[in-house]
Design a protein around this ligand. Sequence first.
Ligand SMILES: Nc1ncnc2c1ncn2[C@@H]1O[C@H](COP(=O)(O)OP(=O)(O)OP(=O)(O)O)[C@@H](O)[C@H]1O
Length: 305
Amino acid sequence: MIRFEAVSRRFGQGRPAVDRVTLEVPAGQIGVLLGESGSGKSTLLRMANRLVEPDAGRVLVAGRDIAGQPVEELRRGIGYVIQSVGLFPHWTVARNIATVPRLLGWEASRIAARVDALLRLVNLPPEEFRDRLPAELSGGQAQRIGLARALAADPPLLLMDEPFSALDPGTRRDLQAELRRIHAETGKTILFVTHDVEEALVLADRLAVLDHGRLLAEGVPRDLLADGAGPEIRRLFGESGLALHRLATRAAAALATPGDAASLPALPEGATQKDALLLMLEQGARAVAVAPDALLRWDDLVRAR
Ligand SMILES: Nc1ncnc2c1ncn2[C@@H]1O[C@H](COP(=O)(O)OP(=O)(O)OP(=O)(O)O)[C@@H](O)[C@H]1O
C-alpha cells in the first residue's frame, strides 16, 4: 500500500535526517516507525504526503510514484493526524470534522450523516459533541475528533505522527485500544510514528526501528524481539525490559496446560504472558486460569524461551 524505496533527505550540512530507507506497509496493516528523538521518523512519514520531498529514492502509494501526482489529489487520499491535533478553535466539532467533505463539495445532509457516523466510530455521542467548540474538549476527546476528521473522506491511508504523546497514560492506553478497534472496523492502512516502545508493541503489525536516519530493523514485532536481537535493538528496548516486552507479544494461552483452573485468578481472553506475570505477582499466585480448564503455571512462564 505504501512503499518507500531507498529514500534519503538531508537538511543543510551534516548527516542525512533519513538515509536510504526502504520500507513497506502492506494494505490494511498498521506499520509503526519507532526510534529516539531525531532518528528521522517524522521526516520519513512526511514524505508520504509530500510535506517533505526526498532528495533521492521514491515513494509509492497504492503502487503509484507520488512524485508525479498533484499534491492536492494525493492528500485527499491520505488522512493526517498529529500530536497537537490542530482543530480550528472557532469552528464546532462538526465543522472541524467536515473540513474535507466540505472542500469536496458534499451535500449538507451527507456531511451531517458522515459527521454523526464518525463521532459514533470514535465513541463520542453525536448529540453531545457535534456542537461543542475545541476548547470544550479534553485532550483525549480532541484527539478523537482529530482522528474523525482524518477519516472524514474515507481515505485508504492514515499517517499518524505521535498522536497520543501529549495524553496522560490512562487516556493514551484507551486511545491505543480504540485505534486498534477502529483499524479492525475500517481496514485502513496506517503508518504510525512513536518513540514509545510499549505503544509500538501494542499497535504494530509491522515495526520499523530507525536510528540516525537509518533503518535498523523491520518486521513483525515478535521476530524483532526474538533472542537474536542485535545490540542496537537491545539498547533501544533496554536489556532488562527486553524479556518483558517479549512476554507482551506472546499469548498466555500458548503456554497453558489442561487442568482444573476454576479456583485460580482468571486472565481475560486474549491476555499476553506479560498480563499473566503481572496477575501472578499481584495475587501472589503460582498459577492463573487461561480458561476454566486450562492454567498457566509460574514455572512454565519463567522457563519459557
Ligand atoms: N525542516 C527541517 N529543517 C532542518 N532540519 C530538520 C527539519 N526537519 C527535521 N530536521 C532534522 O532532521 C532530523 C530528524 O528529524 P525528525 O523530526 O524526522 O526526527 P524524529 O525521529 O521524528 O524526532 P522527534 O521524535 O523528536 O520528532 C533531526 O536532526 C532534525 O533536526
